[in-house]
Design a protein around this ligand. Sequence first.
Ligand code: NAD
Length: 354
Amino acid sequence: MIHVGVNGYGTIGKRVADAVAAQPDMTVSGVAKTRPNYEAETAVRRGYDLYAAIDDRADAFADAGLDVAGGLEELIEASDIVVDCCPSDIGAKNRPVYEDHGTPAIFQGGEGADIADVSFNARSNFEDARDADYVRVVSCNTTALSRVIAPLEEEYGIEKVRVTLVRRSGDPSETGRGPVNDVLPDPVSIPSHHGPDVNTIFPDVDIDTLALKAPTTLMHTHSLNVTLEAEPDEAAILDLLADESRIFTIPETADIDGAGKLKDYALDSGRPRGDLWENCVWAESVGMEGPDLYLFQNVHQESDVIPENIDAIRAMVTDVDAAASIERTNEALGVGLESLFDARGDREAVPIDD
Ligand code: NAD
């Protein structure tokens, strides 16, 4: 069993801990929190050993009635690997602590690429993280773009990628974020950081990205234009995407028009927290104009990076290969929403009597 510590138990950290607990070859050695809030209480109820991320706050946990097993140093000692899920830039401060213990660590996409030896996406560059001590799982947006770029690049070659990202302004629990009543170019200058971040996974792909921030919390929406080095038809593109285990091609018959229904579908399907680990690509949006591919996809920012963190652990501390790790992760979590639908995203509307 790989003993995995989780430092930072918020949106990403709590999902990583649950995903680790679901794996047959991993166990949660503990989770570190700064405050004894509701998330700390649920961590204890889920059976995770709780550690105080900041030593002099340990008393606050005792005052709140929550037992702690120790501080961050003790969590690192109890772990073969730590997944750092702290807010952006805190991971960089934590890295020397992991180094002092000789413990490998995974960082998240909010950190700069230079925090780690490797930026990681399981579908695209799993082997680059083999035996690495420090790995950064790229952001939710970069993860989703990598999952689409990898098969297109392999199958057809890519001349140019152009993406407009309409980003949710905050996660549902981030009550202080905005805008509340506006759509902001963010950043207003071009390109946004997302293109260069994709280049940490695909150094040779020519990509421009533009980003906006919208007053929603549920998901990001990407509008993609990929100029290919071939001219496949739409059915071939749909076949290619449908064969990707972490892409859900939304068929027309699903009657899903946006993030609200996607999340509702995830909840109806019994997904924990309504999580959608897969890119959600509208089959109807897939269009070819000569070599130019167009499509829309939605990305659940809170959860698409979770299976990637699990695969990064295996790349770093086991000899399991990419395909076996991805399959094991998918099976343990239940990744693969398309299983009941026509995975090819049939464009022919099925008549519905309603
Ligand atoms: P979050 O704020 O929801 O959770 C971070 C947790 O870390 C909080 O519980 C916070 O109290 C705790 N924390 C703060 N300082 C700490 C410290 N010194 N030691 C230990 N814990 C500390 O943040 P998040 O959304 O989970 O983001 C974590 C990382 O994941 C960031 O790099 C972020 O960019 C990245 N990420 C976030 C999303 C997303 O949509 N939320 C998606 C992909 C990647």
